[in-house]
Design a protein around this ligand. Structure first.
Ligand SMILES: C[S@@+](CC[C@H](N)C(=O)[O-])C[C@H]1O[C@@H](n2cnc3c(N)ncnc32)[C@H](O)[C@@H]1O
Length: 263
C-alpha cells in the first residue's frame, strides 16, 4: 500500500496525538479528540510529554559528549519536533549518524525534514515496525556501521508493543546486534506513577486508537536493561534522569527512563 492510502485520518495515531500535545499542526480531528481525552484523564500530560523530549535531548547529549557515541538507531521517531536526535548529536559531533525508524506513514511523509543532517553527518529513515527487528537491523546497516558502538533509542515507543509481541525479545535482538560499548536508551509510560490517573489515561488512549498502550511498572521497565550496566541514576522518572535544573527535575513525568551500557 502506498504511504498516502495508509494514512487513516479518522483513527487516532500515536505520532499525531503526540504532535497535538506538543502543539504541532500535523494532526487530524480524531487525533485532537484523543489528545483531549488523554488530558482529561491526566491533566499534566503536556508537561510529561515535554519532560520526555527533554530526557531524549539530555540522553543524546550524554552519549555524544561523555560516552563518545556517534551512531544512533532511533526507533519510534515521531514527527519532527524541537531537538530531534540528529540535531542534538550533530550539534556536538557533526559526523554523528542517525537511522530513524517509525511505522507511521505520516512520519514517513516528513522523513525528508529529518534527513536534512549536516554535511558530514548521515541520517537515514526506515519505514518499519519495532516488532520486526530483523528488517530494522538489515536496513539500518545502510546508515550505521555495526562494527562500532551504537545507541539504540526506544523513546516513548515500547509501550506500544503489547506482551504478545514479546517486547523483551525484540530489545534483546536489537542489543544482540550491536557491539560492546553500545547503549540502550528507553523511556516508557508508567503504570505505577499516578496509577489511577494513568489507568484512566490508558483506557482513553486505547478506546479507538490505531496502536494500543501497555503501561508497565518500574521493575518491568528495568527488565529491558537485563545484562546491561545501568548508567547513574538508573531507571527513574525521566525528569529525574540527570536534570539540568530544579524546574526540569520537578516536571510531573509519567514515564520511566534509563540508559544502559553493553559492557
Ligand atoms: C509517543 S511518540 C514518541 C516520539 C519520540 N520518540 C519522542 O519520544 O519524542 C511514539 C512514536 O512511535 C511510533 N510507533 C508506535 N508503535 C510503533 C511500532 N510498533 N513500530 C515503530 N514505531 C512505532 C509512533 O508512530 C510514534 O511516532
Amino acid at each position: 500500500m502506498d504511504r498516502v492510502s495508509r494514512v487513516d485520518s479518522g483513527v487516532p495515531h500515536p505520532a499525531r496525538v503526540y504532535d497535538a500535545w506538543l502543539g504541532g499542526t500535523d494532526n487530524f480531528e480524531a487525533d485532537r479528540v484523543a489528545a483531549e481525552a488523554g488530558l482529561r484523564a491526566f491533566p499534566a500530560t503536556v508537561k510529561s510529554v515535554r519532560a520526555n523530549r527533554a530526557f531524549l535531548a539530555r540522553a543524546v547529549e550524554y552519549l555524544v559528549a561523555e560516552a563518545g557515541i556517534q551512531q544512533f538507531l532511533d526507533v519510534g521517531t515521531g514527527l519532527p519536533s524541537a531537538n530531534n536526535t540528529h540535531e542534538v548529536a550533530q550539534a556536538i559531533v557533526p559526523e554523528s549518524r542517525v537511522a530513524y525508524v517509525d511505522n507511521d506513514p505520516i512520519v514517513l511523509a516528513h522523513a525528508e525534514d529529518l534527513l536534512r543532517g549536516t554535511d558530514s553527518g548521515l541520517t537515514g529513515y526506515i519505514d518499519a515496525d519495532l516488532r520486526e527487528p530483523g528488517k530494522i537491523l538489515e536496513a539500518a546497516a545502510r546508515t550505521l556501521d555495526f562494527r562500532r558502538p551504537v545507541a539504540v533509542m526506544l523513546i516513548g515507543v515500547l509501550h506500544f508493543i503489547g506482551d504478545e509481541a514479546e517486547p523483551y525479545r525484540v530489545v534483546e535482538r536489537l542489543m544482540g546486534a550491536v557491539p560492546l560499548g553500545s547503549y540502550l536508551v528507553i523511556s516508557h509510560t508508567a503504570k505505577d506513577i499516578f496509577p489511577e490517573e494513568m489507568a484512566a489515561f490508558a483506557r482513553a488512549m486505547n478506546e479507538n486508537s490505531a496502536a494500543k498502550v501497555t503501561l508497565r511498572e518500574r521493575a518491568q521497565v528495568s527488565g529491558f536493561f537485563g545484562g546491561l550496566e545501568l548508567v547513574e541514576p538508573g531507571v527513574v522518572q525521566v525528569s529525574r534522569w540527570r536534570p539540568r535544573s530544579e524546574v526540569e527535575a520537578s516536571a510531573p513525568a509519567v514515564l520511566w527512563g534509563g540508559v544502559g551500557r553493553k559492557a
